[in-house]
Design a protein around this ligand. Structure first.
Ligand code: NAD
Ligand code: MG
Length: 314
């Protein structure tokens, strides 16, 4: 039975992936309301092992030249939202470097081949964001390989659900803040040393910044901090012509969720609480990042663009 249901979900997703993001369609059923079977992967999880598979726009995202000649670094660009952003940027004409953990090489190679299939340069930069040497070097490696950098997407994130604060270890809190916050500060500092006027920085925050789950108090705290970082840095960098904005996703079906990001029992209902009644697919996030990266959003700074299926935000 579970197998039949999984096959139905896969085929509904494959059908949805046939029409691109510019086709007139009903958001309620643009993608099916998936009911992921209970499953668990070890952290960080792989797109390749998700059931059902997630849509990163490989067969649907249609570019219109909005990022022609641009050069982007996307952290966590191997899977989920970061992969969808990397695919969309390449379809819009940008070269793209992706940062990811070495254990994610399989997912990363898929994204590299999609970027190259768009005729753009792809740069694979495996490494751990808790390693200061890596966060000190990854920006210059991306710049050297692409001949510059004018888009930075701070998207990598760590999310581990823990039921009680009494079981929340110092190690987990420190590592979540190191990946989600400290690495973002370090990478951004390196990037702005080189970025020309016209560049864009986009940080991935979350609905968790305003509506925290009881099991995600450490993660949700980092996401609130990312919103505040975005608003402060946007003012600091505005006179230099570098715009800083954020995207706040709602529940999106990615490997973060079944790799301890949610209690396993919660997975079948993932995303059903949204007004649209379904989880989002990673590619539905991509146009928000494209908009904030492109010069068409030249007067948009310090903004958090919520892409969450209709959940109210402050
Ligand atoms: P994902 O698992 O596909 O992406 C997260 C990526 O973070 C991983 O692919 C990995 O490469 C990277 N990462 C984690 N720890 C790392 C480390 N120590 N060193 C290097 N890289 C590391 O999941 P996703 O959902 O696409 O997550 C992308 C971003 O979106 C995250 O910041 C997450 O907090 C945010 N977000 C996700 C959701 C959702 O429902 N999926 C909702 C709101 C916000
Ligand atoms: Mg990944």
């Amino acid at each position: 039975m579970v197998d039949d249901h999984s096959t139905q979900q896969e085929s509904a997703l494959r059908q949805a992936a046939r029409s691109d993001q510019l086709v007139f369609q009903n958001p309620v059923d643009r993608y099916p309301a998936i009911e992921p079977p209970k499953q668990q992967q070890s952290e960080p999880g792989l797109d390749a092992d998700l059931n059902p598979h997630a849509d990163i726009g490989e067969h649907s995202y249609r570019g219109t030249g909005r990022l022609e000649g641009r050069k982007a670094l996307v952290t966590g660009g191997d899977s989920g939202i970061g992969a969808a952003v990397a695919v969309a940027f390449a379809r819009e004409g940008a070269d793209v470097a992706i940062s990811y953990l070495p254990a994610e090489e399989q997912d990363a190679q898929r994204v590299v081949s999609i970027i190259e299939g768009c005729g753009r340069k792809a740069v694979a930069l495996p490494g751990d964001l808790t390693d200061d040497q890596y966060t000190g070097e990854v920006v210059s490696q991306a710049q050297a390989a692409m001949g510059g950098l004018d888009i930075l997407v701070n998207n990598a994130g760590k999310q581990i659900a823990v039921e009680s604060i009494e079981d929340l270890s110092d190690e987990q809190v420190a590592e979540t803040f190191k990946v989600n916050i400290q690495a973002m500060f370090r990478i951004t500092r390196e990037a702005v040393k080189q970025m020309p006027a016209g560049s864009a920085i986009i940080n991935t925050t979350s609905i968790q910044a305003y509506d925290p789950s009881p099991t995600l108090v450490d993660y949700a705290s980092t996401k609130a901090a990312i919103n505040t970082f975005t608003k402060g840095l946007a003012q600091q960098l505005a006179p230099r012509g570098i715009r800083v904005n954020a995207v706040a996703p709602g529940p999106i079906w990615t490997p973060l969720q079944p790799s301890h990001g949610q209690p396993v029992d919660a997975l079948p209902d993932f995303g059903k609480q949204t007004p649209l009644g379904r989880a989002g697919q990673p590619t539905e996030l991509a146009p928000a990042y494209v908009f904030l990266a492109s010069s068409e959003s030249s007067y948009v700074l310090g903004e958090t663009l919520n892409v969450n299926g209709g959940m109210p935000t402050p």
